[in-house]
Design a protein around this ligand. Structure first.
Ligand code: IPM
Ligand code: MG
Length: 361
């Protein structure tokens, strides 16, 4: 089959990890007889330097015409000035919004051979296999008004957490569907003891749970969830939550897996059933201090490509072939710096990409 992919390497280590994931994808193409056509675009700091904006119309349109988007990372110290008019992150947020990518799936799986490379006790993180479903195009990230102004008493500021019923319902349904395809347990995370938006969220969760009698719904306050994630992470299966809760709790959850360099993500424009348009990116950022040194762990991006095969191209066997190749490479003792431990073989970004590519069957 033939597929069109928008490729947006972005900043920092983005281009390096994207290059390795495309290498692995080429092997999948050869072994399974598919053609993947890559269409390059700019986003983030590099787009600011080139076009003066973090995301051009041209890039948005190009992405919209493809079957899926692969993104590296955006940002870096060069564009960090808090007074700056445009930020690399604006490009990412605009892409999410413009492409309607409301459902962000962030799986966290602790691999048995890496239980000793995290700062948590092996017995705590053993068996962790959860997915956070984060609402990605609404909530406090996008609500209006959002501004700063001056008053005689000093500066004033407002951010707004707004949701429509339809926005809450569609993301909760993604959570229920995913829970149905996994352990049949859904935890809806909110702050219903304080926020009105959370009270509606909880109410809608209860209402639509009637459509999923096979899924057990549980509500958890976001602060309690933060605690529980560190205390008993293996209890969790699927969690669903508002945009900023998801931002914060997925950084926390990523530490269960030892390194952010291991974790992929998918941002989908629909419920993951059949072929769904989506954007795929590693959870880690642009890591500017590691850029250009052949150091970054490409596994998060390679696993993001596996998610792309699964959700946007409906190529499950091919997705599993990549996941298997990653496992075998790690089992054979190869490690990038971030997951290195005694007795293992340290490799760079390119070597890790080559090793995984050679193991795709
Ligand atoms: C993430 C990132 C982004 C976010 C930033 C880069 C805007 O932290 O994808 O989690 O806050 O959503
Ligand atoms: Mg984040």
């Amino acid at each position: 089959m033939e597929f069109d992919m928008a490729v947006l390497p972005g900043d920092g280590v983005g281009p390096e990890v994207v290059a390795e994931s495309l290498k692995v994808l080429q092997v999948v193409g050869e072994n399974f007889r598919h053609s993947f056509h890559f269409h390059n675009g700019l986003v983030g700091g590099i787009a600011i330097d080139t076009d003066g904006t973090a995301l051009t119309e041209e890039t948005v349109n190009m992405c919209g015409q493809c079957d899926a988007v692969l993104l590296g990372a955006v940002g870096g110290p060069k564009w960090d000035d808090p007074q700056a008019k445009v930020r690399p992150e604006d490009g990412l947020l605009a892409l999410r919004k413009r492409l309607g990518l409301f459902a962000n799936l962030r799986p966290v799986k602790v691999l048995p051979m890496l239980v000793n490379s995290t700062s948590l006790k092996p017995e705590v993180i053993k068996g962790v296999d959860l997915v956070v479903v984060r609402e990605l195009t609404g909530g406090i990230y996008f609500g209006q008004p959002k501004k700063q102004w001056r008053t005689p008493e000093g500066r004033q500021v407002v951010d707004t957490l707004a949701y429509s019923e339809a926005e809450i319902e569609r993301i909760l349904r993604v959570g229920f569907e995913l829970a149905r395809s996994r352990g049949k347990k859904l935890i809806s995370v909110d702050k219903a003891n304080v926020l009105e938006s959370s009270r509606l969220w909880r109410q809608i969760a209860i209402e639509i749970s009637a459509d999923y009698p096979d899924v057990e719904l549980q509500h958890m306050l976001a602060d309690a969830c933060a605690m529980r994630l560190i205390q008993h992470p293996s209890e969790f299966d699927v969690l669903v939550m508002e945009n900023m809760f998801g931002d914060i709790l997925t950084d926390e959850a990523s530490m269960l897996a030892g390194s952010m360099g291991m974790l992929p993500s998918a941002s989908l424009a629909g419920t993951p059933k059949g072929k769904t348009f989506g954007m795929y990116e590693p959870i880690h950022g642009s890591a500017p201090s590691r850029a250009g040194q052949n150091m970054a762990n490409p596994i998060a991006t390679i696993l993001s490509v596996a998610m792309m095969l699964r959700y946007s191209f409906e190529l499950e066997a091919e997705a599993q072939a990549i996941e298997k190749a990653v496992l075998v490479t790690l089992e054979q003792g190869y490690r990038t710096y971030d997951i290195m431990s005694e007795g293992k073989t340290k490799v760079g970004t390119k070597e890790m990409g080559d090793l995984i590519g050679q193991r795709v069957k």
